[in-house]
Design a protein around this ligand. Structure first.
Ligand SMILES: CC(=O)N[C@H]1[C@@H](OP(=O)(O)OP(=O)(O)OC[C@H]2O[C@@H](n3ccc(=O)[nH]c3=O)[C@H](O)[C@@H]2O)O[C@H](CO)[C@@H](O)[C@@H]1O[C@H](C)C(=O)N[C@@H](C)C(=O)N[C@H](CCC(=O)O)C(=O)O
Ligand SMILES: Nc1ncnc2c1ncn2[C@@H]1O[C@H](COP(=O)(O)OP(=O)(O)OP(=O)(O)O)[C@@H](O)[C@H]1O
Length: 540
C-alpha cells in the first residue's frame, strides 16, 4: 500500500518555490562538500535547489536528494535514480558519499555526519519556513491521534476557513486529498505540504505525530503552536524497547524545539508523568486535561481542565459532557462518537483548539458535526425506527475491540452484531483473544478475512473461532464467511434489525485488502453503504 500512497503524496508540492543557493544551505547547516578519490572537492557554488526529497522515487527536477543511511539499506544506492529524475545534488553521510561519487560521477555531493537529523530543518529552510505562516497543531499518543486530529480539523476549519490534514488516514491540502503512506510523513513531504497550504491560503494544519516520527526527526524544523497527548498504552515495544523509553520519545514533542504549548491528558499514569516533566522543565506552558480516570489513573485533582456528566444519548449516538476550565469555564459539549475514549479525544481537541485561539463556542459547534471520520466509529446508518445503526471502525487489537464494543453496546437497545477477522503474517496470539472479546461482548458474530497475506485464511478464522468457543461454547449466532469480506459486511447489514447495531472492525479507512502478495482495492465503508441502501433505501 505504501508505495501507491507515496506516489500520490508527490502531488502535494508547492507550485512555486523560490530556489535557495546550495552554498547557503552548506553554510547554514554545516554541510561539507565531499572530496573525490582524486582529491578534488565537489563545487556547489552557483547551484540552487527548489525542493528536497529523501526517496529517490519522489524526486522532481531541481531538488536536493538526501540519501539517508537506513535500517535496511543506504539511500546512496538510489542516487542514480534520483539524479535521473533531475536531482541537482546529493546530501548524504561520509559512507554514502563514496557510493554516490562512484555511481553518479558528475553530481556534486554534500556530507553531514547525521543527515537524518538535518533534513527537517533544511527542508523547512528550502520551503521558506511555511509552518511559521500557519496555525499548527500536532497530536501524539498510542491511541486516539487520528480521531483527535479530525476533531481539531473541524474546529480549526470553523475558525480559519480551511485546515490541512497530515495523519494516518489522509494527506489533504485544499482540494487535493491522497491516501497517507504512514502516520507522520518524512520531513520534506510535510514541509512541502505546509508550503502548498500557505500558497492555497489554508490557515491551519492538524498533524498526527507518531513516536517513530519524533525519534526519526520527521517533525524537526518546525515548532507547532499546540501539541497534545492522548494516552500511552503498550505498543511499539519492538522500536522503543521499554515503556519509559516510549514515553521519552513522546516527551520530545513537548520541548521548545517542537512546540509552543502542551495539552496533556492525565487520565493515565504516563500522561500525569509527562505533564509533571514538562511543568518541571518550565519551558513550555502545559494544560492538564482529565477526561476520565483510566485504571491506575489520577482523579480531577491535578488537572486544569476536567470532564463531568458524560452521558450517552440513545437518540443520536452522541456523548454529552461538560468541560470545566481553569477560569471557571463550564463548557457543555456533545461528541458525535460514542464511548469514553472519544470523550478523551474530544476534550483534548477542545482544549487544544481553545489554546490555539478558537472561541469555545465555535469549537463546540464544530465538534458536534465531526462524526464522519473515515473508519473511526464512522456511522453509515443511524437508528431511526426503521433502519438499524451501521458502523465502520478500526479497532484491531483485543483492547481496542473491548473499548469499542463496550461503547457501541451503550447505544444499542437490541442486538450487537460484529463483523471481524484478524491479520495474517502478524501477531498470531491476538486471534483467539479477538474471538474471546467479541464472544463476551456481542450477540452475533460474523467472522471473515482481514488481510490474510501469505497465510491460509481458514487457519486464521479457525484460531478466532477457537477463542469464541473457549468462552461461549453455547453461542449459536456465529457465522463464518469464507468467500469475500464484502459478503460478510453485507451479511451483517442483512442481520441488522431496527433496534440493532452492526459494526465492522479492523480495517477502518484502509483502501486495500492484502491477499497473498496482492493489494486489492477494497474499503468497508462503501460496501456497507451500498448494503444499507439496498436494504432500507435512502433515509427519509
Ligand atoms: C522504522 C522506520 O520508521 N523506518 C523508516 C526508515 O526506513 P529505513 O531506514 O528502513 O529505510 P531503508 O529502506 O533502509 O532505505 C534507506 C533510505 O533509502 C531510501 N530509498 C529506499 C528505496 C528506494 O527505492 N529509494 C530510496 O530513496 C529511503 O527513503 C531511505 O531514506 O526511513 C524511511 C525514510 O527515510 C522511512 O520510510 C521508514 O519508514 C518505514 C516505511 C515504516 O514502516 N515506518 C513505520 C514503522 C512508521 O514510521 N510508523 C509510524 C506509525 C507507528 C504507529 O503509531 O502505528 C508512522 O509514523 O507511520
Ligand atoms: N483515546 C483513546 N483511548 C483508547 N483507545 C482509543 C482512543 N481513541 C480511539 N481509540 C481506539 O483506537 C482505535 C484507533 O483510533 P485512532 O485512529 O483515533 O487512533 P490512532 O492513535 O490514530 O491510531 P492509528 O495511528 O493506528 O490510526 C479506535 O478504533 C478505538 O478503538
Amino acid at each position: 500500500m505504501s508505495n501507491h500512497a507515496y506516489e500520490s503524496a508527490a502531488r502535494l508540492r508547492p507550485h512555486r518555490c523560490a530556489p535557495t543557493p546550495l552554498s547557503d544551505l552548506a553554510r547554514d547547516f554545516a554541510l561539507t562538500p565531499a572530496r573525490r578519490e582524486d582529491g578534488v572537492v565537489d563545487a556547489v557554488e552557483g547551484l540552487e535547489v527548489s525542493g528536497v526529497s529523501v526517496d529517490s522515487g519522489d524526486v522532481v527536477a531541481g531538488e536536493l536528494f538526501t540519501a539517508l543511511p537506513g535500517f535496511k539499506t543506504h539511500g546512496a544506492a538510489y542516487a542514480p535514480e534520483a539524479v535521473a529524475a533531475g536531482a541537482v545534488a546529493v546530501l548524504t553521510d561520509p559512507d554514502g558519499a563514496a557510493m554516490v561519487h562512484a555511481n553518479c560521477p558528475g553530481t556534486p555531493v554534500l556530507t553531514h555526519p547525521d543527515p537524518r537529523a538535518v533534513v527537517g530543518p533544511l527542508a523547512a529552510a528550502v520551503y521558506h519556513h511555511p509552518a511559521e505562516r500557519l496555525l499548527t497543531t500536532a497530536v501524539t499518543g498510542t491511541n486516539g491521534k487520528t480521531t483527535t486530529s479530525y476533531f481539531l480539523d473541524a474546529m480549526l476549519t470553523a475558525h480559519w476557513g480551511a485546515c490541512m490534514i497530515a495523519g494516518t488516514v489522509q494527506l489533504r491540502v485544499g482540494d487535493i486529498a491522497v491516501e497517507s503512506p504512514r502516520t507522520t510523513v518524512e520531513a520534506p513531504v510535510l514541509q512541502r505540504m505546509l508550503a502548498l497550504a500557505v500558497e492555497e491560503g489554508v490557515g491551519a494544519a492538524s498533524l498526527e505525530a507518531s513516536s517513530h516520527a519524533i525519534v526519526l526527526h520527521r517533525l524537526d524544523g518546525m515548532v507547532v503552536d499546540v501539541a497534545g497527548f492522548t494516552n500511552l498504552q503498550r505498543d511499539h515495544l519492538d522500536f522503543h524497547k521499554t515503556m519509559p523509553e516510549y514515553l521519552d520519545a513522546k516527551a520530545r514533542l513537548f520541548t521548545p524545539e517542537h512546540a509552543r504549548r502542551a495539552v496533556i491528558c492525565v487520565d493515565d499514569e504516563w500522561g500525569a508523568q509527562l505533564a509533571e516533566r514538562i511543568a518541571v522543565a518550565g519551558q513550555v506552558p502545559v494544560d492538564r486535561v482529565r477526561a476520565y480516570a483510566a485504571p491506575g489513573g489520577r482523579d480531577a485533582a491535578g488537572a486544569d481542565w476536567w470532564v463531568s456528566d458524560a452521558a450517552v444519548s440513545m437518540t443520536d449516538s452522541a456523548t454529552t459532557f461538560t468541560l470545566h476550565g481553569p477560569d471557571g469555564q463550564a463548557i457543555a459539549a456533545s461528541c458525535p462518537l460514542p464511548g469514553l475514549v472519544n470523550v478523551q479525544n474530544a476534550a483534548l481537541a477542545l482544549v487544544m483548539a481553545i489554546r490555539a485561539g478558537v472561541p469555545a463556542e465555535t469549537a463546540v459547534a464544530a465538534l458536534a458535526t465531526a462524526h464522519n471520520i473515515p473508519g473511526r466509529m464512522q456511522r453509515i446508518s443511524q437508528r431511526d425506527g426503521v433502519r438499524g445503526t451501521c458502523i465502520v471502525d478500526f479497532a484491531h487489537t483485543p483492547d481496542a475491540m473491548e473499548l469499542t464494543l463496550r461503547a457501541v453496546r451503550q447505544i444499542t437497545p437490541g442486538r450487537l452484531i460484529v463483523v471481524f477477522g484478524s491479520d495474517g503474517d502478524r501477531d498470531r496470539g491476538k486471534r483467539p483473544m479477538l474471538g474471546e472479546v467479541c464472544a463476551r461482548l456481542a450477540d452475533v458474530l460474523v467472522v471473515t478475512d482481514e488481510n490474510p497475506r501469505s497465510e491460509d485464511p481458514q487457519s486464521i478464522r479457525d484460531a478466532i473461532l477457537a477463542g469464541v468457543r473457549k468462552v461461549r461454547p453455547d453461542l449459536h449466532d456465529v457465522e463464518e464467511i469464507t468467500t469475500w469480506r464484502g459478503d460478510a459486511v453485507r451479511r451483517g447489514v442483512e442481520l441488522c434489525g431496527p433496534q440493532d447495531t452492526v459494526i465492522v472492525t479492523g480495517k477502518g479507512h484502509e483502501p486495500f485488502l492484502e491477499i497473498a502478495d496482492e493489494f486489492i482495492r477494497y474499503n468497508d465503508a462503501p460496501v456497507m453503504r451500498e448494503a444499507v441502501l439496498d436494504k432500507w433505501g435512502e433515509p427519509a
